[in-house]
Design a protein around this ligand. Sequence first.
Ligand code: SF4
Length: 205
Amino acid sequence: MDQRVERTVKALKRHGFSAEFVAGKEEAAKLILSRIPVSAKVGIPGSKTIRQMGLDRALRERGLITFDHWVPGMSAEELLKTRKAQLACELLLTSANAITEKGEIFNMDGVGNRIAPTIFGPDRVIFVVGVNKLVPDLAAARVRVQKVAAPKRAAELEIDVPCVKTGECNDCNSPKRICRAELVLHRAPGLSKIEVYIVGEELGN
Ligand code: SF4
């Protein structure tokens, strides 16, 4: 574990989060799966990291009930129902746009189903975050979203917003804007049980 990771893990723990470092994504996936009971109903909001680690597929193969709105072929009604189910699932499996070395969890969202249940709702929230998302502080977290996470995600979805072309955020007023709600978990919220797994590989946007 390098010093940056060590500082981040310690700071997260000081702030009431459970936090640990796992070197590789396969090892991390095994560990996380071993800690999810087969009876759990798991919400999986928009997270490339969770899909890259194969956690969504692994849970389905084990027969767990998942609320995953990235499963193809859903109607608009099913998509909405699935997003709402994520708000009150037993366990939320997600990622963050950035984790600061000061021990804060930063997320930007377009709809809100990714950030809302990380404050209150599920019995447990698991964040899985690649080392590429560690930043010194909140200012750097915002810059990371504006210059890396949002332009990459918008490009993947072929959404026509200015940052896709320029790589810079101009605080756009596009109807397609994907940055609409920002959440910082400064400390673990009072009634939430939050676990953070920092994985020693590049994951997500
Ligand atoms: S606010 Fe608009 S331009 Fe800025 S990063 Fe988000 S989508 Fe891109």
